[in-house]
Design a protein around this ligand. Sequence first.
Ligand code: HEM
Ligand code: HEM
Length: 292
Amino acid sequence: MNKTLHKLYIGLFFFVGIASVVILVVNSYSYYTLPLTERVFSSSHSFFKPSGSVGHGLGIIGTLMMIFGVALYMIRKRTRKLFNFGYLKNWLEFHIFLCTLGPIFVLFHTAFKFGGLVAVSFWSMVAVVASGVVGRFIYIQIPRSIQGQELDFIGIQKMDEELSVRLSSEFKLSASLIDSFEHHFMIQKYAGLSLTKSFSIMLTDYFALRKLIPQLKKSLRESGITNTHSIKEIIKLFKAKITLTRKIGLLRTMQRLFNYWHIVHLPFAIAMFVIMVIHVAVTIVFGYKWIF
Ligand code: HEM
Ligand code: HEM
C-alpha cells in the first residue's frame, strides 16, 4: 500500500467512524438524555431501547464488528499461508477500527444503563479498549519493517545506517553539523533505566525534539541549505534518527512490557466474549430476535 492509498484507507476509517457517531448522536440525543423513568413514554423508546429496532441492531452489529476485528487479525497474524496477504500493520489498523467503532455501537445498545451480569461484559470491553490504546503506544515503540513485522537487531542497525547515509550523501550534510547534534543520537543514555524513568525520558525527549527543530533549521541555513523542501526532508530524517535511537535504547524494556501487555488485553477480551455469549443466549430464550 503506497502512502496516498494508506492515507485514504485511514481517512475512510475516520470518516465512517465519525459519520456513524454523529448520525447516532443527532438522532438519539433527546432520547438518551431523558431520565430513565420517562424513556418508556417517549416515541423513540421502541427504536433506541436495548431491545428496540435500532438499539438491538446496534448490539448485534457492534458485536459482529468486534468478532470480525479480532478473528481477522488473529487469523492473518497466525496463518503462514496468509503472510503475504496485505501488511500486518494494515490489518492491525483494521482491527483497531472495528474494535473501536464496535464498542461504541454496543455502548449505544446498552442505552447507557449497565446492570446485571452483562455489565461485567461491558466493563471488560471498556478495559480491552483502554488497554488497546496503551498497547498501540507500546507497539509503535518497537522498530518494525514496512510490513509491520518486528525487526531483529541487524535490521534495526541497517535502518539506522540508511538514515545516516541519506543525511550525509543525499543532502551532503557535513560531519561537523551532524556531530553538533550527536548527543541526541546516544543510545547509552537509555541503558539500565527503570520503567518510570523510561517513560519520563520519553516525555523529556519529546520536548527536547520540539526545541531542536528551530536550532537545526538555523544551523542548516548557516551552512548554506536554504531550499525549504530540503530543510523539511532533513528535519524528517533527523526526527526519524532520534526516534530510532530512543527505540533502540528502550527496545528490551518495550519488548518485555509488550509481552506483559498481551497478558492483560487477552483475558479481558475473553471475559467480554464469554459473558456476551451468555447474555445473547438469554435474550434469545426470552424471545428477542431483532428483525428475524
Ligand atoms: C459485548 C456485547 C454486549 C454488551 C456489553 C451488551 C450489554 C447490554 C446491557 C448492559 C443491556 C441491559 C440494558 C438494561 O439494563 O436495560 C443489554 C440488553 C440487551 N441486549 Fe445486549 N449487549 C451486548 C451484545 C448484545 C447482542 C449481540 C445482542 C443480540 C443478539 C444483545 C441483545 C440484547 C437485548 C435483546 C437486550 C434487552 C434485554 C431486555 O430488555 O430484557 N446484546 N445488553
Ligand atoms: C473490544 C475491543 C477489542 C478486542 C476484543 C481486542 C482483542 C484483541 C486480541 C484478542 C488481540 C490478540 C491478537 C493476537 O495476539 O494475535 C489483540 C491485539 C492487539 N490489539 Fe486489540 N482488541 C480490542 C480493541 C483494541 C483497540 C481499541 C486497540 C488500539 C487502540 C487495540 C490494539 C491492539 C494491539 C496493538 C494488539 C497487538 C497486536 C500484536 O501483538 O500483533 N485493540 N486485540
